[in-house]
Ligand binder design. Structure first.
Ligand code: G3I
Length: 342
C-alpha cells in the first residue's frame, strides 16, 4: 500500500491527518496506517471501563500496544477519553457496602482515575479528550444530567481539567462532543466554554466529532445545503474563545441518522461515492482554510469493514463511511483528498 500517495504528507504543514485505532486494524493494515496517518486515537481501549475495570486495577496493555505502534512510527496520540457517561466500569457508582457511592468517595475515584491515566501516558499522549459529550440533548439544558453530574454537581467538569493539567502540564486538554457545528447546540455550548475559559480552567481546545452523513453535517436529519459554511461558522466561533479545534471522529454515513427506515443499500452507487468524496473535501478544505486554528483531523476508523456504523444506529446494516473500503483499498474520497492542490 505504500505506493499510494499519503494523506498525512498531502496535508503536512496544514494539519495532522489521523485515525482512531484498535488491535484488529493494526493487525490487518499496519503499513497502510503508518503510511497514511501521522496520529492515532485509541477507539475504545482508553475508556474508563477498559482502563480500570475493577477499582484500583489499571489495565493499560491494549492501549499501550497501540501507543507503542504510534511511537515507533513517529505518530502522535490523542487520548480518548478521561470522562464520559458511557463505557463505565460497573463499580464506579457503587458504594463498597452496596447502594450508591457518596460524593466524597466519587471525587476520590475520579481524581485517582484521571491522575493515574494521564501520568501513565505523560510524554506520549499529547492531547486528551478530557470530557466527552457533556452537553445535554435537550435544548432547554446546557449540561447532560449524567450520574456524574447528579452526584458531584457541575464542578466535576472544571475539576477534571484541573486534575488532568496537574498530572501532565504539557498536555493539550479538550472538550469533545457531537452535533456541535449545529447552530442550536453550538450556541448552547459556547457560553459554557467561555465561562470555563474566563474562570481560568485549563482547557485548550474543542473536539468536533463530525459524525456526519451525505445529507447533513451532523447527526440530525436537517437539510444543510452548505456544509462548509456551517463548519466554518463553528470553527470561527470556537476560535474566538481562544480554543484550538480538532476534528476528532470524522466519518460520513451513507444513510440519514434519524430515519431508521431508509432504504438499505447492497453497495454504494458511484453517485453516492462521488457525493461522499465531495463531503470529505468540504471538511478538509474548510479546515485547511482555517489551519491557523484547526490542527488535526481524525477519522473514526480506517476501513469500511471495521466501522461502528455497521452496528449503529441500525444493527447489522452495512455502511461505507470511511475513505478506505473493506479491503483497505482507496475510495473516491481518498483520491479527492490526496489530489489537493497546494
Ligand atoms: O469487545 C466486546 C466483545 O467482546 C463483545 O462480544 C461485543 C458484544 O456486544 O462487544 C464488544 O465491545 C463493544 C465495543 O464497541 C468493541 O466493538 C461494545 O459492546 C460497544 O459498546 C463498543 O462501542 C463503542 C462505543 O463508542 C461505546 O463505547 C464503539 O466501538 C466506538 O466506536 C464508539 O465510539 C464513540 C466515541 O467513543 C465517542 N463518540 C461517538 C463514537 C461512536 O459512537
Amino acid at each position: 500500500m505504500t505506493e499510494l500517495p499519503s494523506m498525512a504528507q498531502t496535508y503536512s504543514g496544514v494539519f495532522d491527518v489521523c485515525a482512531s485505532m484498535n488491535l484488529e486494524l493494526l493487525k490487518r493494515y499496519p503499513d497502510l496506517i503508518a503510511h497514511q496517518y501521522n496520529g492515532i486515537t485509541t477507539d475504545n481501549p482508553m475508556k474508563m471501563s477498559a482502563i480500570q475495570p475493577r477499582e484500583g486495577e489499571f489495565t493499560f496493555e491494549t492501549a499501550d500496544t497501540l501507543v507503542s505502534f504510534a511511537m515507533a512510527h513517529k505518530m502522535r496520540v490523542r487520548g480518548h477519553t478521561l470522562n464520559w457517561y458511557q463505557a463505565l466500569p460497573g463499580w464506579i457508582f457503587k458504594a463498597k457496602n452496596g447502594g450508591e457511592v457518596d460524593a466524597p468517595t466519587l471525587w476520590r475515584r475520579l481524581e485517582n482515575h484521571v491522575t493515574t491515566q494521564v501520568r501513565h501516558y505523560r510524554g506520549k499522549v499529547y492531547a486528551w479528550d478530557v470530557i466527552n459529550e457533556a452537553t445535554a440533548d435537550e435544548t432547554d439544558k446546557v449540561l447532560r444530567q449524567s450520574t456524574w453530574m447528579r452526584i458531584l454537581g457541575p464542578t466535576y467538569i472544571p475539576k477534571l481539567f484541573e486534575f488532568a493539567h496537574k498530572a501532565d502540564p504539557d498536555a493539550l486538554l479538550f472538550y469533545n462532543d457531537y452535533n456541535i457545528v449545529h447552530p442550536e447546540k453550538r450556541d448552547r455550548l459556547l457560553p459554557y466554554l467561555k465561562e470555563l475559559k474566563d474562570s481560568g480552567v485549563p482547557i485548550h481546545g474543542i473536539g468536533i466529532q463530525a459524525h456526519i452523513t451525505l445529507f447533513a453535517p451532523h447527526q440530525i436529519d436537517e437539510p444543510a445545503p452548505d456544509y462548509r459554511k456551517l463548519l466554518e461558522d463553528a470553527i470561527l466561533a470556537y476560535a474566538k474563545l481562544g480554543l484550538i479545534v480538532h476534528i476528532t471522529e470524522l466519518d460520513i454515513s451513507m444513510y440519514p441518522y434519524q430515519d431508521l427506515n431508509a432504504r438499505v443499500l447492497k453497495e454504494p452507487t458511484p453517485e453516492l461515492l462521488e457525493l461522499q468524496a465531495k463531503r470529505y473535501e468540504d471538511v478538509f478544505e474548510t479546515c485547511a482554510k482555517h489551519s491557523d486554528v484547526v490542527k488535526s483531523i481524525t477519522t473514526w476508523g480506517v476501513t469500511d469493514d471495521l466501522t461502528w456504523l455497521n452496528e449503529f444506529p441500525v444493527k447489522g446494516r452495512t455502511n461505507w463511511p470511511l475513505v478506505f473500503d473493506g479491503h483497505g483499498n482507496p475510495k473516491p474520497a481518498f483520491w479527492r483528498l490526496v489530489k489537493r492542490k497546494a
